[in-house]
Design a protein around this ligand. Sequence first.
Ligand code: GAR
Length: 197
Amino acid sequence: MSDKKRVAVLISGRGSNMTALIDAAKTPNYPAEIVGVFSNRAAAQGLETARSQGIEAASLAQSSFESRLDFENALTGILEGWAVDYVCLAGFMRILTPEFTTHWLGKAINIHPSLLPAYKGLDTHARAISDGVLEAGCTVHFVTPGLDEGPAILQARVAVQPGDTAETLAARVLVEEHRLYPEALRLLASGAVTYQD
Ligand code: GAR
């Protein structure tokens, strides 16, 4: 039996970070395997990508549930069905309840397109450019009840260039995201990093 850690990726759309994780997991000696992909949107492009690679893919719409908690309990049921050790949020655009984040504390990580604690939430690149900052970047961090607040595992810095738009900056940061996320998952799955309060 494989001693690789079992990982699920949660997405809402394109899934390019998901693809970076899937590709990394195929490299020799990588300590994790991607066993399932979940989306809150059935039309998410990343679900098709995952299925085409033989990875289990599932979706549930929150609108089909009476409450956010019911939706998340169903999601936890899917993740536990896949027997996952870790959960990677990769462009998963849903706010999670404290019940869910506490259940997965130390086991769930997220990638955010800013140098946290700067620019939590949405429209990170547009806000960074309008503030005139010289550096942007991305952060992989543990998921905790506070939005984009958990302890950072790794960050990558990207210089903001004169004339950058939110789109050009996002594209350069995304290149770093695709390098950073597999590296952070490697640290977690190998036990080199653990959650500390
Ligand atoms: C990524 O840039 C990720 O950092 C961001 O969404 C994008 C998803 O792209 N996540 C957030 O903004 C979370 N607050 P992808 O679907 O191609 O990986």
